[in-house]
Write a new protein. Structure first.
Length: 146
């Protein structure tokens, strides 16, 4: 649409069927790149992704041309086919029905970095964690090549 501006940052979360640990380290990176490519091809902007063994987190800038539900449906279908056609697993792979989605506030309105917010959260609930380890994890996340 002409004269339309949106900046919708959406965090998507969805699980492997039965919460099985089917996303293996041997193909995780390839799967993440494939999913980011799907989003790019649909005019969305992939910002961060991480596939856990039993679920996925995906931060994406949503384009107005497609709804969240439509994007998730395409990602699930295409990535399922991608995994199964390449025989990454002995079993057939499927994503669980449904997904979670939340809007992430515009970074211009955020007063502290994600790292600061995370460390403050840990301190608030008295969770002991090595700050160096936290820093390394967060640095890797920022440097991840999408």
């Amino acid at each position: 649409m002409p004269n339309t501006f949106t900046q919708l940052l959406i965090q998507l979360v969805f699980a492997v069927k039965g919460r099985q640990n089917f996303v293996k380290e041997s193909f995780r990176d390839e799967l993440e790149k494939y999913i980011c490519g799907i989003a790019r091809n649909k005019s969305h902007k992939p910002l961060s992704i991480y596939c856990m063994p039993d679920h996925l987190h995906f931060l994406v800038g949503l384009h107005t041309s497609q709804s969240i539900s439509e994007l998730v449906k395409v990602i699930k279908k295409s990535s399922t086919d991608f995994i199964n056609e390449r025989h990454f697993l002995k079993n057939h792979f499927y994503w669980q029905e449904g997904f979670g989605a939340s809007v992430i506030p515009n970074h211009k309105w955020i007063k502290e970095t994600f790292q600061q917010e995370y460390l403050n959260f840990l301190k608030k609930f008295e969770i002991m964690i090595c700050e160096l380890l936290t820093s390394l994890i967060l640095t890797r996340r920022r440097e991840k090549d999408l």
